[in-house]
Design a protein around this ligand. Structure first.
Ligand SMILES: N[C@@H](CCC(=O)N[C@@H](CS)C(=O)NCC(=O)O)C(=O)O
Length: 79
């Protein structure tokens, strides 16, 4: 299952809401502020920004608009 990395009070809320609305099979990992600059997350997104989504094959997609587009394409159904 892909994992969405989020942080409270940020634009990562948008894909987080979309996942809930779409009931998309994506795990949400809500980090504490500051964790986005730790090595563990920088290995996922070297920009040190949220959101990012990591797929099971290790691919990573960043940018809220791109993640929303992927969620719509993959899990948006006909709506
Ligand atoms: N263009 C990026 C912006 C990403 C971005 O700037 N995220 C902010 C939160 S809205 C962030 O991670 N800030 C933490 C920091 O810069 O330390 C997107 O739309 O996803």
């Amino acid at each position: 299952m892909p994992t969405l990395y989020t942080m409270p009070g940020t634009c990562s809320l948008a894909p987080n809401i979309a996942i809930a609305w779409l009931d998309a099979p994506v795990e949400v990992h809500n980090m504490a502020y500051g964790d986005h600059k730790r090595d563990e997350y920088l290995a996922i997104n070297p920009k040190g920004k949220v959101p990012a989504i990591r797929f099971e094959d290790g691919d990573v997609l960043t940018e809220a608009a791109a993640i929303l587009a992927w969620l719509g394409a993959e899990h948006g159904g006909e709506g």
